[in-house]
Design a protein around this ligand. Structure first.
Ligand SMILES: NC(=O)c1ccc[n+]([C@@H]2O[C@H](COP(=O)([O-])OP(=O)(O)OC[C@H]3O[C@@H](n4cnc5c(N)ncnc54)[C@H](O)[C@@H]3O)[C@@H](O)[C@H]2O)c1
Length: 328
């Protein structure tokens, strides 16, 4: 039998719990050690997963013999320092997005990864989505353009409330503009898709609405960008009249047809004369994407090629995201 790969998890909030549940379904990856700065989160996790071992600190977890990889699911502020600790120990790192808003720190980590051949990737869940594959086939660098040249991309995102109900238990950081907000949390996934298919996206203008309290995250963002000569529009808002908790739709229009991503993992495609063809519902494609992502993580740990975004790709996404938040 192939040996299990032991994972250490730091950060046991909403994402840490989701990853624990997903790891429990995987044949090779095995959650082994956990730590969180909040002792209550550790106690709740051990009650739900008694087979896990709790470390006394991040340093102790990372130094545990037999560990293969570290999953970092803390808020962004700790991502870089924890990455370096894991690199010191020679662990493969799978880090939650956003990578960081500290760009010099990210560049230092990227230089170290290249210099020392460290293994590191960032969790953009759409990296393993069939929708991204459909977009690469239709419009990527190696595409024969079966739908004709791309003419525009439109991204529409809306929330009935921010944070969304499933993240209501997250820390205050998520609702605050310093580290949180839907632009970093949600738009980043779609900017990742955009840039993986088309390369760097230039922000031409961006209008961001913030509450008057000086602290809370954005409530609306409308922007124009350009990538590979293609115009891109983003319209995003939080409003009580939005009928669903979390709506998103990304429409890629070309001369002979369109590809539409909808509600995260759903994807449909049409050639103008033939009508829309669903390539899969969001729920079915989510399950296959998440399974593939864990297999890609195994490849990262084993030093094989994989499709997970590296730190440089994640930094490029974050640079576009921060430009969206600051450009007028
Ligand atoms: N990939 C995705 O689809 C996705 C979805 C949601 C959130 N995220 C990202 O996951 C990360 C975590 O988000 P969340 O919603 O789980 O947040 P959360 O607030 O629910 O949980 C964060 C946990 O980290 C702990 N923590 C904070 N600082 C720490 C430190 N220095 N060391 C150890 N533990 C620390 C907190 O006590 C808390 O338990 C964020 O970067 C977020 O943007 C990614």
């Amino acid at each position: 039998m192939t040996e299990p790969l032991n994972i250490g998890i730091i950060g046991l909030g909403v994402m840490g719990q989701r990853m624990l549940a997903r790891l429990a379904t995987h044949q090779r990856l095995r959650a082994a050690w956990v730590w969180d700065a909040n002792p209550a989160a550790v106690a709740q996790t051990l009650a739900a997963y008694p087979q896990l071992q709790a470390a006394a600190s991040a340093e102790q977890l990372i130094a545990t013999p037999g560990l293969h990889s570290l999953y970092i699911a803390t808020p962004p502020a700790a991502h870089m320092s924890l990455s370096h600790l894991a690199f010191d120990a020679g662990l493969a790192v799978f880090c939650e997005k956003p990578l960081t808003v500290d760009f010099p720190a990210a560049q230092e980590a990227i230089a170290r990864i290249a210099r020392e051949k460290q293994r590191a990737a960032v969790d953009f869940s759409l990296a393993s989505a069939p929708g991204l594959g459909a977009l690469q086939l239709a419009f990527g660098a190696a595409s024969r353009l079966p739908l004709g040249p791309l003419s525009s991309v439109e991204l529409e995102v809306a929330f009935a409330a921010w944070p969304r109900p499933w993240q209501a238990g997250a820390g205050a950081w998520l609702a605050e503009r310093e580290e949180g907000g839907f632009t970093r949390e949600v738009l980043s996934h779609f900017v990742f898709v955009l840039q993986r298919v088309l390369g760097h996206a230039e922000v031409l203008d961006s209008q961001v609405d913030y509450p008057a309290d000086g602290r809370s995250a954005e409530t609306a963002l409308n922007a124009r960008l350009e990538a590979a000569g293609v115009p891109i529009r983003i319209a995003a808002r939080v409003a009580s009249d939005v009928p669903v908790p979390d709506h998103n739709r990304m429409l890629w229009r070309a001369s002979e047809g369109e590809v539409e991503l909808r509600e995260w993992f759903g994807v449909t495609q049409q050639r103008r004369s033939e009508g829309w063809q669903p390539l899969g519902s969001s729920d079915a494609l989510r399950a296959s994407s998440q399974a593939d992502q864990l297999d890609q993580w195994v490849a990262l740990i084993e030093g094989r090629s994989h499709s997970l975004p590296g730190y440089a790709e994640a930094l490029a996404v974050q640079q576009t995201i921060e430009a969206l938040l600051t450009t007028r």
